[in-house]
Design a protein around this ligand. Structure first.
Ligand code: PAF
Length: 307
């Protein structure tokens, strides 16, 4: 473990020489020891939880974490308990070697990349049953269309928080609802960590960066920016139209594109995530959308009103 703490193990554990001094941690015991060492040295810890297949969106979170914490841990773990669709889990992109290289280049202190067995000994089904209290924010939108998804997210993020004991944790605002749910989990579990939301990163054509974009065919990738285009146009439209009309124009425009189907589009109060009917109902209103582009499920959001 001494080797792990002073960084030597990163060289031994990785075949690619340019991982610099980044440490690769595969087990819970090693992570706990590493974190204990950082805490004893008085180092604040920033955690960036990811499911890998990293893109510039993730790297913007990492960059912020590196600028704010002397120790940054990035977890790379495709969490099976948050997938309600087995095909989605099986096809989720995995690119571990590329991820490690990008993280080393971004000056991350340690990567935590455990196996499923390491995170869930005996398998996910063998874990003690714990129902997280996630509030109504977890029941709408993703919560409605992906039953059990947020319990799975809360389970893995809670475990990562317990193991990595971060001072700050960084999440992308593309998953706007996820941030609200994680805040509720942190509060109900009494975990002391600052949750830091980071802005959505987009490709030049406006498509929100997502690991799932890699699953789009070239034709679907060409069409997918329509999601952001319709949302952006609707912000202007919303200045002279009501909530219902704004909702309908977005859905109509996206549904008119070949291969694209809106699963849901909800215009909600950004704090409660409950639907609004009038723009005057809240100072902070967000439109959250999920669209199937062929078989690929893409999500995005846009603010209509911001305090
Ligand atoms: O947003 C994600 O990639 C995942 O939901 C998270 C937070 C890493 C938990 O598995």
């Amino acid at each position: 473990m001494t080797a792990l703490l002073n960084g030597e193990m990163s060289v031994a554990a990785c075949r690619v020489p340019n991982y610099k001094n980044m440490i690769i941690i595969r087990t819970v015991a090693e992570l706990e020891e590493f974190v204990g060492h950082q805490k004893r040295n008085g180092n604040q810890i920033g955690l960036v939880p990811t499911m890998g297949a990293l893109h510039a969106g993730h790297l913007s979170l990492v960059e912020r974490a590196v600028s704010e914490n002397p120790c940054v841990i990035v977890s790379v773990f495709v969490n099976p308990t948050q997938f309600n669709n087995p095909t989605d889990l099986a096809t989720y992109p995995r690119k571990e070697e590329d991820d490690f290289r990008l993280l080393a280049e971004a000056c991350v202190t340690a990567v935590f990349a455990p196996s499923v067995e390491e995170m869930y000994p005996g398998g996910p089904a063998a874990q003690p049953r714990h129902e997280f209290r996630l509030g109504t924010a977890a029941e709408v939108m993703e919560g409605k269309y992906r039953p059990g998804h947020f319990q799975g997210v809360a389970q893995v993020v809670c475990r990562l928080f317990q193991l990595a004991r971060p001072d700050r944790a960084y999440f992308g605002e593309k998953d706007f609802q996820q941030i609200a749910v994680i805040r509720n989990m942190v509060e109900s579990e009494g975990i002391r960590v600052e949750i830091i939301p980071c802005p959505i990163k987009r490709a030049d054509d406006g498509l929100a960066l997502s690991s799932r974009n890699a699953l789009l065919t070239p034709e679907q990738r060409r069409l997918a920016p329509e999601i952001h285009r319709a949302l952006k146009e609707s912000v202007e439209y919303s200045k002279s139209h009501g909530v219902r009309a704004t909702h309908d124009t977005v859905v109509e425009q996206i549904d008119a594109v070949p291969q694209m189907r809106v699963e849901y589009f909800e215009i909600v109060d950004a704090r409660t995530l409950l639907p609004v009917e009038e723009w005057e109902e809240s100072p902070w209103i967000v439109g959250c959308i999920t669209v199937y582009c062929g078989e690929v499920r893409l999500i995005d959001n846009i603010a209509y009103r911001k305090p």
